[in-house]
Design a protein around this ligand. Structure first.
Ligand SMILES: NC(=O)C1=CN([C@@H]2O[C@H](COP(=O)(O)OP(=O)(O)OC[C@H]3O[C@@H](n4cnc5c(N)ncnc54)[C@H](OP(=O)(O)O)[C@@H]3O)[C@@H](O)[C@H]2O)C=CC1
Ligand SMILES: CC(=O)[C@@H](O)[C@H](O)COP(=O)(O)O
Ligand SMILES: [Mn+2]
Length: 385
């Protein structure tokens, strides 16, 4: 039986993963090793019981008793805390879904990679903070890393067996998020509730707000560079309000291969689950005649300064990715908590990048986890200061 683990099982991507496992036969078809969550103990315990997981882990030490109680009589082991997340990631699994939100997903991702198997990576923050570390961990153990972010899954699928040398560039699409059509002068008054609605995708709150600010796309450009080893000038962004085309690969001969699909993450997760095969998935087929029109716009770096920052981060290299991600996470926390305005996030991130670029060691890519965590903590402190 195939052994699977899902990190961040109680979130939007995690629940879509659980849905696919359930539809594929659940505990009768898969041996579920670990399911992890954060504060949603009820959901975590219910999933762990249903899928007869070996262990359920909450990231929060103070919730261990609640989890134990919720799992009483189930035979599922309960664990809590960061160390427990890593212990769960060290349990051998054939397929692990990395769907924790934020840089908190990096340590368990690295641990899972060290034990081999396949890491299906939704946690884009890992690649932005520590792309080289992840690739090295995978290469050392012989693990496979598959993309789950919809655009990167689309590039992976559109590339097929093609050699990267024949690729002129890749284009990832952006919906433009909640404020794509707002007058610029209204953005400063945008509320958390307004930023937390996405025109096409049902996702967690943090990535939804990142879509509105385009920090999500900025992260994805860096993610594409790290995942596919493409130079930054071969990665383009195209605003596509319908989110039907997810990415496009353009070859040196002028041919472009686009990947299309309904905005449903079960396609990308299911593709990674069954790869290298393709199996039927519960995703609505496209009806292009009913859709009628697909539209496109050039990205506007005045409206979305995060896109310019991504280019600067890629040009800087070294610790810039770790600093950028952590500063963005802290600025997002501050916006959600009402401490800063929507339009203050990008300037805060830019200021932290500028300040920390003068620190010794900034130009060296972190080559171990403690160094990534050092830059992560420093960047968060600078934003909060
Ligand atoms: N949602 C989507 O469709 C897409 C998401 N992604 C990426 O996938 C990842 C997950 O996104 P999404 O599912 O939207 O996020 P959600 O916020 O919906 O879920 C996040 C998950 O991580 C858990 N979690 C939160 N904080 C911590 C922490 N500090 N330590 C351990 N676990 C934690 C949450 O637990 P709990 O809720 O129990 O507190 C939950 O299980 C992100 O990296 C995102 O960028 C990529 C493409 C699409
Ligand atoms: C589903 C997915 O992969 C998200 O990252 C999505 O792309 C977000 O939409 P935006 O295009 O609005 O950032
Ligand atoms: Mn995406």
């Amino acid at each position: 039986m195939r052994r699977i683990s899902i990190f961040g099982a109680t979130g939007s991507v995690g629940m879509n993963g659980v849905d696919l496992i359930r539809r594929g036969g659940g505990a009768d078809a898969y041996r579920v090793v670990a399911l992890t969550g954060g504060r949603n103990i009820g959901r975590l315990a219910q999933m762990a019981r249903e899928l007869r997981a070996e262990v359920a882990v909450t990231a929060h030490d103070d919730l261990l008793d609640d989890l134990r109680q919720a799992l009483e009589g189930s035979g599922v082991e309960a664990m809590a805390g960061e160390t427990a997340l890593n212990e769960a990631a060290a349990r051998p699994a054939d397929w692990t879904l990395s769907a924790i939100v934020g840089s908190a997903g990096l340590a368990p991702g690295l641990t899972a990679l060290a034990q081999g198997g396949t890491l299906a990576l939704a946690n884009k923050e890992s690649l932005v903070c520590a792309g080289a570390l992840l690739r090295r961990a995978g290469a050392n153990s012989g693990a496979t890393i598959l993309p789950v972010d919809s655009e990167h899954s689309a590039i992976f699928q559109a590339l097929g067996a093609e050699n990267l040398e024949s690729v002129k560039d890749v284009t990832i699409t952006a919906s433009g998020g909640a404020f794509r059509d707002w007058p610029l002068e209204r953005l400063a008054a945008a509320t958390v509730a307004e930023a937390s609605t996405h025109p096409n995708w049902a996702m967690g709150q943090r990535i939804t707000i990142d879509s509105a600010s385009m920090f999500n796309k900025a992260m994805e450009v860096i993610e594409a560079k790290e995942f596919f080893g493409l130079d930054e000038d071969r990665i383009k962004v195209l605003v596509h309000p319908e989110s039907i085309i997810h990415a496009m690969v353009t070859h040196v001969d002028g041919g472009s291969i686009a990947h299309l699909g309904a905005p449903d993450m079960r396609h990308a997760i299911g593709y990674a689950l069954h790869w290298p095969e393709r199996r039927a998935l519960p995703v609505a087929p496209l009806d292009l005649a009913a859709l009628g029109t697909l539209t496109f716009r050039a990205p506007d770096e005045v409206r979305w300064p995060a896109l310019r920052l991504a280019r600067e981060v890629m040009a800087a290299g070294g610790a810039a990715g770790a600093v950028f991600n952590a500063a963005k996470e802290q600025a997002l926390d501050d916006f959600i908590a009402g401490r800063i305005r929507f339009t203050q996030m990008a300037p805060r991130v830019e200021a932290v990048l500028e300040t920390l670029s003068a620190e010794p060691g900034f130009s060296q890519a972190p080559d171990d986890l403690p160094t990534v965590l050092h830059w992560d903590a420093l960047a968060r402190r600078k934003v909060a200061a």
